[in-house]
Write a protein that binds this ligand. Structure first.
Ligand SMILES: [Zn+2]
Length: 142
């Protein structure tokens, strides 16, 4: 047949092709008619190269190369997410510590007011046992 591409498996495209079809569901909802390729990982001929038939990179080096080529800013890498989680937890701990300190100060204020209302000189201020030794700074920007 003139003008029809024939490879080692005969006619690859068209209604006359006898090769195994991909048959994955396309966006039109019809079965994909491309020839199925041999997947080098599984050795099976099930899907075309567009539908996962040809595996991409197999080595860690190749995967890293593809990852680097496709990365835009790294905001959603696991390392970046873990760092944000750590900062968030540190800020939450700092906020909780300051809330506890504030509650202590308010309670102490109430106690001192009562002492004054009774006409007694206020006793020494009770030190805050909730105050943490180290308070990490709360970053509001960034
Ligand atoms: Zn396909």
């Amino acid at each position: 047949m003139k003008g029809v591409f024939t490879g080692t498996r005969g006619i690859l495209w068209g209604p006359d092709s006898k090769v195994q079809r991909c048959l994955a569901r396309t966006r039109r909802g019809t079965p994909c008619q491309r020839p199925a390729e041999v997947n080098p990982l599984t050795g099976r001929r099930t899907r075309c190269r567009f539908h996962g038939g040809l595996a991409g990179c197999r080595t860690a080096e190749g995967k890293a190369k593809i990852s680097a080529a496709n990365m835009k800013h790294g905001r959603f890498t696991e390392a970046a997410k873990e760092q944000r989680r750590g900062e968030l937890n540190a800020n939450r701990a700092a906020v909780a510590a300051r809330r506890a300190e504030l509650a202590h100060i308010q309670a102490e204020g109430v106690r001192l007011k009562r002492e004054l209302a009774r006409g007694r000189p206020p006793a020494e201020v009770v030190p805050n046992r909730h105050r943490p030794l180290v308070v990490s700074p709360v970053k509001l920007d960034d």
